[in-house]
Design a protein around this ligand. Sequence first.
Ligand code: PDD
Length: 287
Amino acid sequence: MARYAYVNGRYVDHREASVHIEDRGYQLADGVYEVVGVRDGKLIDEGLHIDRLDRSLGELRIAWPVARTTLSFVIRELMRRNRLKDGLVYMQVTRGVARRDHAFPTKPVKPAIVLTTKNTKRIEADPGPGIAVKSQRDIRWERCDIKTIALLPNVLAKQAARESGAYEAWLIDADGCVTEGASTNAWIVTQDGELVTRQTDSGILAGITRHTLKSLCNSLQLKLVERPFTLAEAKRAKEAFITSATSFVMPVVKVDGDTVGDGKVGQTAQRLREEYVRFAAAGEPVT
Ligand code: PDD
């Protein structure tokens, strides 16, 4: 269990950490977040995550709560205090505390910032047997590119997946295409060995793991196409996998109960996971 949380300028006992009941994040989901993976004491792609936080804040016109350099310092200090080796750093910024009104507060309020850490098992190159995914209608809004804390459709989709025995939900748009997972990006490998993942626009979150994996695919000279793919195409695919800061590259062996390929972890997904773990292991150490 993490010992400390960072709340609006203070490191506080995690069990006692709290925010104001009129925080706009609590009442209106008026805020954004980031999750940065940590492997063997090293932050993975910190800079890109902070860049995305900056973009999310900008899109919602929420000011930075602290200087960017301060945030970097706080991340490291919290990791140190919590002795975080493997897991994640969660950070959340909301518009702040104000009397409840849907519109932005008329008087300037200070944005609220919270950081926590979570320990997990170290992610290794061996993915185990792979995971099952379950399709769910994508009922989210039209700005899925913003990493907001308003996650109810994602929560419901993930819960439906879990209740069916699947690990992740794959969200399906009005054209029958897979947009992304409830908290991951979705990929397939076609029978011709071509990697496919949906293009980034306002319909999905531009995953940082997705971004880094694109570069790794490039250096491995793997063919990658960014385009929509249907659920039917995913079921006919040779391989499938998901990516995120917390799952790295995780092979998908079942979609809605149908096996993908031979139902075993695919070669490409396995290779990319190994490459990603190598990349994460070489990451920036926390001093
Ligand atoms: N989820 N798509 C969605 C909807 C996500 O919530 C996430 C991340 C991703 C993958 O993005 P990244 O590679 O930057 O982690 C894609 C985080 C891990 C979460 O909500 O816990």
